[in-house]
Write a protein that binds this ligand. Structure first.
Ligand code: UT7
Length: 322
């Protein structure tokens, strides 16, 4: 049976660092509140002339180099993003052109902070069904562009960045399972309530901002991210002790700690980047994965559980043997 393996990872963070003390000068907040309520110390912000595709391109080039493949070996490109460069073409098509690839399918998926899990799920299915043999899967965001920088409830949380993986067809997994879920009845708890088709005048006025019922999102995130760990373990007939690393969506250290506690996964086995990256939405999981691969924590043969959660609500997991 054909499966997909992760053969390379890459990531990119914009140069500009926005610290908590910078935010103290912008809104009524303080470093102590942000650290203790979220675990975030700093986040990266894209330059004015830097767009999601620019971040995606850098992450992709690093993943391609790590995988030791040529750009033209790639026969599927999926970009998970909430902050596409343009209404169309997709950011994946823009990225495809940058990488000098012609012909194979390239498209975006939109599942906000769970987007990378959705993209991975789709790419894995393409490979399992023989429709692709070498996929580039990217999570990339310039989330800072949809933040109200006068709203202290949201502006302290988010940052920009990109992460990418190369998946290759193989006889042995690889990706052992993916599970993805959505429940649109929670659409109003975390959203940008304007777009091209609805309230476009607000977009034109530069008022396409993220709104969030923080407490309710927090509770839901803990429940959903704990439940999908169990779902992945049951599907693979595995125990939590067999998981070498949990790579959760990086939204809030208190969410990550609560999930680890409920799932009984010790904190030494959890990859944390939220302190330095903030919440980079669809980029958060592949960014954290790449960081732990490059610093040598994640190595070949280990079992890695990735999980994401975000607006929709949408959430998902992938259990991977590296
Ligand atoms: O990717 C998924 C997307 N999002 C998330 O996962 C976020 C989930 N939610 C959270 O992470 C947390 O709910 C927050 C970090 C957003 C908020 O933390 P909280 O512990 O739930 O605080 P809260 O909203 O209950 O606010 C507590 C107090 C309030 O003041 P009062 O009403 O008690 O006087 C807020 O007005 O803290 C105030 N507050 C702030 N104070 C200083 C809210 N934001 C700030 C701030 N600085 N930035």
């Amino acid at each position: 049976m054909t499966c997909s393996r992760v053969i390379g990872t890459g990531s990119y963070l914009p140069e500009k660092i926005l610290t908590n003390s910078d935010l103290e000068r912008m809104v009524d907040t303080n470093d102590e509140w942000i650290r203790s309520r979220t675990g975030i110390c700093e986040r990266r912000i894209a330059a004015d002339d830097q767009f999601t595709c620019d971040l995606a391109e850098q992450a992709s080039l690093r993943a391609i180099e790590a995988a030791g493949i040529k750009n033209t070996d790639i026969d599927l490109i999926i970009v998970a993003t909430t902050t596409a460069d343009q209404v169309f073409p997709s950011t994946a098509c823009l990225l495809q052109h940058r990488l000098g690839i012609e012909g194979p399918p390239a498209f975006d998926v939109q599942a906000v902070c769970a987007g990378f899990m959705f993209a991975l799920d789709v790419a894995d299915k393409f490979i399992r069904t023989g429709s692709a043999r070498c996929a580039l899967v990217v999570g990339a965001e310039t989330f800072s562009r949809i933040i109200d920088w006068t709203d202290r409830r949201t502006c302290i949380l988010f940052g920009d960045g990109a992460g990418a993986v190369i998946l290759k067809a193989d006889n042995s997994p690889g990706i052992l399972s993916t599970h993805i879920h959505s429940d649109g009845k929670y659409k109003d708890l975390l959203c940008v309530p304007v777009g091209v088709s609805k309230n476009y005048n607000l977009v034109q006025q530069g008022k396409a901002y993220t709104t969030m019922e923080g407490g309710e999102v927090f509770r839901w995130a803990v429940t959903a991210m704990s439940d999908i760990i169990e779902e992945a373990l049951v599907a693979n007939n595995m125990d939590k002790e067999q998981i070498d690393w949990l790579v959760p969506h990086q939204a809030n250290i208190r969410i990550i700690n609560a999930v680890g506690k409920r799932a009984k996964i010790p904190s030494e086995k959890v990859v944390i980047t939220v302190n330095r990256h903030g919440n980079t939405s669809a980029a958060s999981v592949p960014l954290a994965l790449d960081e732990a691969v490059r610093d040598g924590r994640i190595v070949s043969g280990q079992y890695i559980l990735l999980e994401g959660f975000g607006g929709g609500f949408s959430w998902g997991s992938a259990l991977i043997k590296m």
